[in-house]
Ligand binder design. Structure first.
Ligand SMILES: N[C@@H](CCC(=O)N[C@@H](CS)C(=O)NCC(=O)O)C(=O)O
Length: 198
C-alpha cells in the first residue's frame, strides 16, 4: 500500500489511521507546494485534484482523508475501527465520520475567515452549532461511540487537534479532554513522529 503524503498536512490523519490499523504501508512524499511534484502521474491517478493524502492499494486508488480512513477501517479493521454494516452503531459511526469534512472543516473556515454565519443556508450550520453538537456527542465518552474508539475519532479528533493548533478550540473541558485523549494515543504519537521526521 502506498500513501501519498506531505508533512504538516491533512495526510497526518491518514498516517494516524494506518498506524491504528497496524497495516504495512509505504509513505511516498509529494511536495504539494511544488506544481512539478504534484503532476506525478501515479499520484494524480489516486488524487484527481492533486491533493494529499491519497492511497494506492493494489488496484484501489482513492484520495480524501475521510474516504481513506473509511476504506482502511472497513478493509483492514472491520468490526473494530469501523462497525460492520449490520451493526446498529454503523449509522452513528457514519454520521461522525462525515461530520469532520462536512461540518467541522467548513465551520472552521467560517470562523477563521470571519464569514457571516448563516446556519439555514450553509450546509455546515455554523461554528457555534458545530461545536455545541460535538460537545453534546461527547457527553458519555470517552469516544464518540462511547467506549469504542473508531475511525470516526481519527477524523473528528484530528480535526479538533487542528482547531487547537489554530487556537479556535472552544472553552470546553469535554472537547479539550477528548482532544488530549486523542493526542495520547500511541498511533497518533507515531504519526506525529513520522510527520516531524519527514
Ligand atoms: N478534503 C481533502 C482535503 C485535502 C487537502 O486540501 N490537502 C491539502 C494539504 S492539507 C493539499 O493537498 N493542498 C495542495 C493543493 O491543493 O494544491 C482531505 O481531507 O483529504
Amino acid at each position: 500500500m502506498k500513501l501519498y503524503w506531505c508533512p504538516r498536512t491533512r495526510a497526518s490523519r491518514a498516517v494516524w489511521m494506518l498506524e491504528e490499523a497496524g497495516v504495512d504501508y509505504e509513505r511516498v512524499f509529494i511536495d504539494v507546494r511544488d506544481p512539478v511534484a504534484r503532476a506525478d502521474t501515479g499520484f494524480l491517478a489516486a488524487s484527481p485534484m492533486g491533493k494529499v493524502p491519497a492511497l494506492e492499494d493494489g488496484d484501489a486508488r482513492l484520495a480524501d482523508s475521510a474516504a481513506i480512513c473509511l476504506y482502511v477501517a472497513d478493509r483492514y479493521a472491520p468490526g473494530s475501527l469501523a462497525p460492520a454494516p449490520d451493526d446498529p452503531e454503523r449509522g452513528r459511526f457514519l454520521y461522525w465520520m462525515f461530520f469532520a469534512p462536512g461540518s467541522m472543516e467548513p465551520a472552521m473556515a467560517e470562523k477563521m475567515g470571519g464569514w457571516q454565519p448563516n446556519r439555514g443556508a450553509h450546509g455546515w450550520g455554523d461554528f457555534d452549532t458545530m461545536t455545541r453538537t460535538l460537545e453534546e456527542a461527547l457527553s458519555e465518552g470517552p469516544w464518540l461511540l462511547g467506549d469504542r474508539f473508531t475511525a470516526a475519532d481519527v477524523m473528528v479528533g484530528s480535526t479538533a487537534a487542528f482547531m487547537k493548533m489554530f487556537d479556535i478550540l472552544p472553552e470546553s473541558d469535554r472537547i479539550g479532554g477528548y482532544v488530549e485523549r486523542c493526542l495520547e494515543r500511541p498511533a497518533y504519537r507515531r504519526a506525529q513522529e513520522l510527520d516531524a521526521a519527514g
